[in-house]
Design a protein around this ligand. Sequence first.
Ligand SMILES: *Cc1c(COP(=O)(O)O)cnc(C)c1O
Length: 467
Amino acid sequence: MNFVSTRGNVSKIGFIDTVLMGLANDGGLLVPEKIPQIPAEKLKAMSQLTYQELAYEIFSYYVDGEIPEDELKSLIKKSYATFRHPEVTPVKKVKENMYVLELFHGPTFAFKDIALQFLGNLYSYVAKKTGESINILGATSGDTGASAIEGVRGKEGIRICILHPYGKVSKVQELQMTTVNDKSVLNLAIKGTFDDGQRIIKELFADVEFKNKYHLRAINSINFVRILAQTVYYFYSYFQVTKEKGTKKVNFSVPTGNFGDIFAGYLAKKMGLPVDKLIVATNENNILEGFIHDGVYKPGEFRSTYSPSMDIQVASNFERYLYYLLGENPKEVSDLMEKFKSEGKIVVNEEQLRQVKEDFAAHGVEGEECLQTISKYYAETSYLLDPHTACGVAAYERCNELDEVCITLATAHPAKFNESIERCHINQTFPEQISQLFDRPQYQEVVEADKDEIARKLERLFNSSVK
Ligand SMILES: *Cc1c(COP(=O)(O)O)cnc(C)c1O
């Protein structure tokens, strides 16, 4: 299995190098050169597997022997042993034909744990193998930061710096990140938005000299492992629901920000999983909805919403989709991305737009609609949706036909976003792991959204000694 850059200027590399490179050195994103095809017979056999066994089967296509079987199995086992549910990602039926895939049973109560528990263990495995230290740099709209810190804290030879937008994450998200008192963990609260943070880290990763000098590693969904780990629950939930319903086709509704989770669904479909519609659910930061409806991808003004983890204008993983939409032609991707840089938008032609509409449906959910969805489902089914999942459910209601079966991805636990739940006049009880955060001191530095200042802080962290 080889990986290539969407922009074509990285020579073919294997799985581990792909993990370590994160962002492709030519500024593009790494993708598998050839997406493995899983035959129907094999899918049938896979439907009987536990989550961990399934993860092993799917990862194996991409790892392609670079990690010995027993070690890969033990990495997977360790990564999901921290989850509170034996099924890892259980599926709940909320009403007829409507299912919710609960992705929030990991240590930080959001779906990011599924990939980041594994990536943390994988980095640790690589650090031990090579003897090199690992310095992680990431930007977060709130959940990735907490998950990544939880995934690596206390692991030998790993330092981590997370940029989050100051004052724009929920209280619980902030506490989860900043109550960690560890010399190898640095939280920078930047005066700006998630997009500023993402742009700065992309610039730092694109500085290949800086990146190589400090062994800079990525945990954002620019890292292909994030996507790979997230394909597993599409397979897993598909099998659970089709077993129960006896149907063949299933739709997925996916709360989307950086286009990462939805891209994992797209990849699962390309691997042969019989997914019907992939519904892109956004909040008022709805450029992806605009793209899917009109073929124009144009970031606009940033909006703060009830679903802050999706407050993203420039969706990193969108480039991975473009690569496939343009027929795996890196030259065309590079030209379009250049144009995007100079003109601030991407426009696809009519034929491509037809393909986009075949691949996705979309709905951008307004704030009131999000809150009403939470209230309505709580009143009618007693199921409490978090505001991101509520966007997914609202999009499901808009885009799913009554006779179609749909699984909505529940990307976070409602306790992480009590600010939004309170607006619905709902009192929730916090899980113990969350309520105990409120008594702890916080450790973070507030900084300008300035690449050079951040680079200096990083150098100080990376030059410090770790145990
Ligand atoms: C990150 C996040 C999303 C968006 O996921 P992407 O992979 O960025 O599309 C949705 N909901 C929650 C709760 C998140 O943390």
